[in-house]
Ligand binder design. Sequence first.
Ligand code: SF4
Length: 349
Amino acid sequence: MKEQSIKQPPPLENPINGRTSLQMYDLNVDEAVEEIRARGARRVVIQLPDGLKPLGFELCREIEAKTGVEVYLTSDPCYGACDLAWEAMNLLQAELTVHCGHAEIPHLNDGRTIYLEARSNVSIEKPLKEALKMVEGVRVGLLATVQHIHLLERASRILRKLGKEVYVGRAGGKLRYDGQVLGCDFTAATSISEKVDFYLVIAGGVFHAVGVEASTGKPAIAVDPYLGRAVKVSDRVEKLMKIRMATRGRMLEAKRIGVLVSLKPGQMRVGFARKIKSMLEREGKECVLIAGRELTGLNLNSFSEIDLFINTACPRIAWDDREGFMKPILNAEEAVSFLESKQKRLGIG
Ligand code: SF4
């Protein structure tokens, strides 16, 4: 088979290694320093996901010392490149944000954000070989989150030596790299689903592998380089499917529905929220739109008159965080496809 050349980031030069958990990451600070100087910024905001916040102090001091700009670390949670600090930048009158740990979502950058991606420097061999014992087949779909995207080449070589055919889906949609997987974008997996017997998903935790198996119907194994182990996710997918099915039933019973709209730039879908509100109102539901930055159970449970939430923001809210909600929560795409197929069945679509 002709080997695919994988669209990959250039290797990082001059990395700084932090301590404790940070010893697992390389972050190229000089790249940000050069960019800040080149753009002549005077004030800068730094955004870090929780896992990289232990690096915040040193990072802030280093950028201040090397550029002379005033730097603010934001304490707000940051789960992805969808969550840009535009509001903080405006209020602080900063010219730039240094967004750490995630890859740019191509259509989202307004030119005021510098992305400082983090690369893990962990070993992949052991969990990869462990994963192959859990599943049958020769044709492997290989995926990784952006922190491990540079490991795809090495993983491909190992798998080919073991007699496997390796497929890596092309970048597209919200993805910057071939083979990349996001919690809200599985196109690198779905685009190769006809060609593969199973997927190996290199990521911390099982969430991305669950999403891959749920969206392709093919077995996916989570290959976790942090824990050095592989995990089969079929049981979790089955449980998730049952919950989703039950929640659709709850939507039919619900009288009062809250449609959630995120105030994070890359998650905000006002038009889609309006569309689903109209669809639900045509079904006889009473609906309200609820906007917020942190759409958590903690912030929403007090809306006690609401029977069910429909989520137009990050899909992980309804999949991963649903246990924090006292009322059922369903992702908007699922609600729309369920309502459309129901209306079609009744001949009113
Ligand atoms: S919407 Fe959710 S899954 Fe997608 S990039 Fe943002 S945090 Fe990640």
